[in-house]
Every structure is written in structure tokens, then in C-alpha cells.
Design a protein around this ligand. Structure first.
Ligand code: NAP
Length: 302
């Protein structure tokens, strides 16, 4: 198969590219960086600039599946201008793919897979959400993710199969959210944020990439929660990482207002309480390599 990945240079995209190539597929990238357009027999880069409506439609040649991962990072201060960029980098880019495909009738694309986020589910200290939950968070991130998913729906009008991967925080050896979480714990400065009871839904990089590969190769459709079946409280997570690293945790909890002062509105990411289950993938026979936090941390930190 030839698979077009937007944002293929990122944390998930680069590992997904490696695995797809290893499985015998050819990968095309759409990248906003002209300096990063590889040209090998199994990996070809094409330029696009969604903000300016520019796209090299040669990227669609031979492609049967599109994986839309592109999006500005949420781990930067959410100013009004940056909030707009967070939205547009995901939605305008999807719209550009849609209009470019419409103008390219000879394309062979059958399957559109969009990244999405667990931020779509409302905060709740009691609920555990599955793909059949219909509640939507009405805050900034929930609204952003729901517009991102709407931008994926439009591809159904072109007769494509559509899948959405509501991803939890991805933990990897290098890059992503784990490094800044681990650093203070390594220095013996680990602590709870607020009550520490807020539950977090995470996934090992290997498993999110295996999930995408499985969806691509079996042409699965609909919503999939891209999370391990082991949501943990922030308190449990800090202790688990500290135990794997052999470090003590003795500092008092950091109050919410302090993190709000440090991070602004983005501090929400540390205090959101979202327990999510990957019910569909489990029911359909997907097996996680790292189903629990302990095994994931032992793999990533040792
Ligand atoms: N990692 C996580 O914990 C996590 C959790 C939930 C959801 N997700 C979602 O999954 C997707 C992939 O995640 P990731 O961690 O691999 O992301 P990442 O490492 O930040 O990479 C995203 C890629 O998007 C492209 N990009 C960045 N800013 C852009 C902009 N303004 N316009 C167009 N493209 C832009 C970049 O590719 P080029 O420079 O090549 O253009 C970048 O490599 C993202 O949409 C992310 O929101 C990730």
C-alpha cells in the first residue's frame, strides 16, 4: 500500500513511517518544511502550506490511505493567536486535503484516518468513557477536537472510509510528554498536582503506532480510543515512575493556582480528570504490548 501521512515528521508520524516501511508499505509525507522532503524508494516527501492553501497534489499518486496527524503542538502557551493556530493547523489542513482530493478525480484514496484527542470527553471524577459515550467537553480543547473530528467526517461524502483515533497522552523514550514529567522525579522533586486524584489516559508510542498500523491494514472505520486500558491517577503515575527510577517522592502537592500562574490556561492538561477505555480495539481483538503503566515505564525508563 502507499500511505500518505501529514505531520509524518512528528513523534507518532516518524515511528509510524518506520513501522509501515518495515511492513513493506510505501509512505508519502506532506510536510510544511521544504528542507525535510525525503526522496527514497519507500519514503517521499511533498510540500504543503495549509495556512496559504498550498499543496503538491503529486502526494496523492498511488495513495490508498491518508493519515492526518498534522497539528501544532498543544504543549505551548495557549495565547489567543496560538489557540487559532492549534485549530487551523488541524482543520484548515483537513479542509485543504478534502478540496485537493475533490479536484483530483483519478485519485485511489479509499481510507481517511484522522488523529483526534481524548480531550473531546468531558472532565469527570467518576465516569469512564468508551467510544460509545456521546458527551463532549465544552471547553477550548473539547471544542477544538470536536471540530477536528467534524473535518474528518466530510471525507465520507467523497465515499471514503473514515476512522478517528482519540489519542491519550503518548509516552515515548524520546520526545513527547514523558520527558518533562520524568525530569523533576529524577531530581527528587516529584509531587502531586492538586489532589493528585485526577485520572490520566496514556498510551505507549509502540502501541499507538501499532493501533494506527492495524487500522490502516484492516481498513477499520469509526472512533477508536487510542489509550492503554489502564487509566491511572496522577498520584499513582508519579509513584510508579519514581519506583521504576528508584527515587523517593516526599514533596507536598503543588496547588492548582501555582500551576495556573506558571502555565496559564494550559495548566488544565495537568488537572483534567479523564478515564478512557479502548473498548472497541479490545473487543475487535487488538492486543496491547504495554497494557499497564508499570510495564510501559519499565520499558521506557530502564
Ligand atoms: N503525542 C501525544 O501525546 C498526542 C496526544 C493526543 C493527540 N495527539 C495528536 O496526534 C497528532 C500527532 O501527534 P505527535 O505527537 O506526533 O505530534 P508532533 O510530534 O507535534 O508532530 C506534529 C506534526 O505536525 C506538523 N505541524 C506542526 N505544526 C503545524 C502547523 N502549524 N501546520 C501544519 N502542520 C503542522 C509538523 O510536521 P511538519 O513540520 O513536517 O509539517 C509536526 O511534525 C497531533 O495532531 C496531536 O495533536 C498527540
Amino acid at each position: 500500500m502507499t500511505i500518505l501521512i501529514t505531520g509524518g515528521t512528528g513523534l507518532i508520524g516518524s515511528e509510524l513511517t518506520r513501522v509501515l516501511q518495515a511492513n513493506g508499505h510505501t509512505v508519502h509525507w506532506l510536510s510544511t518544511r521544504k528542507s525535510n522532503l525525503p526522496q527514497s524508494s519507500t519514503l517521499k516527501g511533498f510540500y504543503w502550506n495549509p495556512a496559504e492553501g498550498k499543496i503538491d497534489t503529486a502526494c496523492f499518486e498511488g495513495v490508498t490511505t491518508i493519515v492526518h496527524l498534522a497539528g501544532a503542538s498543544i504543549a505551548k502557551r495557549w495565547t489567543a493567536a496560538y489557540k487559532q493556530e492549534l485549530l487551523e493547523s488541524r482543520v484548515l489542513s483537513a479542509n485543504l486535503l478534502f478540496s485537493a482530493l475533490k479536484k483530483y478525480p483519478e485519485h485511489q484514496v479509499r481510507h481517511y484516518i484522522s488523529a483526534s484527542g481524548v480531550a473531546i470527553y468531558p472532565d469527570s471524577p467518576t465516569e469512564t468513557y468508551t467510544e460509545s459515550s456521546t458527551a463532549i467537553d465544552r471547553g477550548f480543547l473539547g471544542t477544538l477536537v470536536s471540530r477536528w473530528e467534524e473535518s474528518a467526517h466530510q471525507f465520507e461524502a467523497l465515499g471514503l472510509l473514515v476512522a478517528k483515533v482519540r489519542t491519550g497522552v503518548v509516552y515515548a523514550k524520546k520526545g513527547g510528554a514523558l520527558e518533562p514529567i520524568v525530569k523533576p522525579i529524577k531530581w527528587g522533586l516529584g509531587s502531586d498536582f492538586g489532589s493528585g486524584k485526577q485520572r490520566q489516559s496514556w498510551i505507549h508510542l509502540t502501541d499507538i503506532v501499532r493501533l494506527y498500523t492495524w487500522i490502516i491494514e484492516y481498513a477499520h472505520t469509526g472512533v477508536f480510543n487510542g489509550v492503554a486500558p489502564d487509566a491511572v491517577t496522577q498520584h499513582e503515575q508519579t509513584r510508579c515512575i519514581a519506583k521504576v527510577l528508584g527515587k523517593p517522592v516526599f514533596l507536598p502537592a503543588v496547588p492548582r493556582f501555582v500551576m495556573r500562574m506558571v502555565l496559564g490556561e494550559m495548566h488544565e492538561l495537568l488537572f483534567n480528570d479523564k478515564a478512557i477505555q479502548p473498548e472497541r480495539a479490545l473487543q475487535m481483538g487488538f492486543a496491547f504490548d504495554f497494557p499497564d503503566l508499570q510495564s510501559a515505564m519499565e520499558d521506557l525508563l530502564k
